[in-house]
Design a protein around this ligand. Sequence first.
Ligand SMILES: NC(=O)C1=CN([C@@H]2O[C@H](COP(=O)(O)OP(=O)(O)OC[C@H]3O[C@@H](n4cnc5c(N)ncnc54)[C@H](O)[C@@H]3O)[C@@H](O)[C@H]2O)C=CC1
Ligand SMILES: CC(=O)C(=O)O
Ligand SMILES: [K+]
Ligand SMILES: [Mn+2]
Length: 353
Amino acid sequence: MKKIDVSVIAGDGIGKEVMPEALKVLETVADVHGGLSFSFKHYPWSCDYYIEHNEMMPEDGLDQLQESDAVFLSAVGDPNLVPDHISLWGLLVKIRREFEQVINIRPAKQMKGIQSPLVHPNDFDLMVVRENSEGEYSEAGGRIHRGEDELAIQNAIFTRKGIERAVEYGFQLAQSRRGHVTSATKSNGIVHSMPFWDSVFESVAEKYPDVKTASNHIDALASFFVTRPQEFDVIVASNLFGDILTDVGAAIMGSIGIAPAANINMNGKYPSMFEPVHGSAPDIYGKGIANPIGQIWTGKMMLDHFGEHELGNTLLQVIEEVLQDGIKTPDIGGTSSTTEVSDAIVTRLKALK
Ligand SMILES: NC(=O)C1=CN([C@@H]2O[C@H](COP(=O)(O)OP(=O)(O)OC[C@H]3O[C@@H](n4cnc5c(N)ncnc54)[C@H](O)[C@@H]3O)[C@@H](O)[C@H]2O)C=CC1
Ligand SMILES: CC(=O)C(=O)O
Ligand SMILES: [K+]
Ligand SMILES: [Mn+2]
């Protein structure tokens, strides 16, 4: 029996609604497999936890998580309780950084059973590799003075190592896909870090003569995601560019509620973390209509990570079948509830046994 120990952090808002549904699906997947079992350990770390303890997670929180094979997280943030930069940096970003989850991979593809908002989605299927440890998301900087003289300095950090490992990952991924990598740049406007990014990209590219490359400024690239997404295979991007681009990727699929993601630790020292692209969606929390597919598909990425590709692909197929059955939450044009969608996925999975 292959046993996978998973730390579960549902977090805030709809995280608390979609997480139990995804766990139910993963339990069913394990059951269908027969030789696989999950052990879930739940952690209540969230903005509610902060209100009680004045911290997003206990001091030894990371040590606790480190015991497990993977972290399965939903979403962090409740701006009515805790400012977003405190809640995210105290939990989500902290785990990404301290566990050296240096890249974030986020697929976007045209899904069966969902109407893309694009008139001609052309069966796009792409993968964004987002640098996840540095870049524009940095603590370097500060604020001084008050009133008229008040100022903020926010330094972006780009290291050769950081860029290289993200770009390398992108090239290797492209070799197993359609052999094309696009670099998201902005070297026409950002005069130090982005020309550096470009030069590192070019030097890595030389090692992969079989992979075709392109480089697009992020503004144009964002527009191409809308006008011709089918032309992209793998896109490598800095932390901020990748963040924005993957919300666009989610939007052209039909909803941010279905987009999955994986934060990958590449040196094997710490667990990786699996967490959908969406946030805690306070605007729909409590209504029972959050789309659970982003969280469930993220579970598929976790299965892939542990080598269970066949089962992962089956799960994605079942998700598409349920969508084709018309069992969908309102964000993708349906009338079903969160649990109706996950129940339908469970029923179809059980039928495979
Ligand atoms: N990785 C994380 O944990 C992230 C956390 N956040 C946090 O989440 C909170 C809300 O942030 P927003 O900018 O509003 O982004 P959001 O992703 O939570 O919501 C954006 C829009 O998408 C909808 N949406 C999101 N997930 C959905 C789902 N599963 N089903 C149906 N509709 C869905 C929401 O209703 C909302 O209209 C903030 O506190 C923010 O900091 C935001 C993004 C990522
Ligand atoms: C924080 C956020 O928006 C993200 O990691 O995607
Ligand atoms: K998330
Ligand atoms: Mn984001």
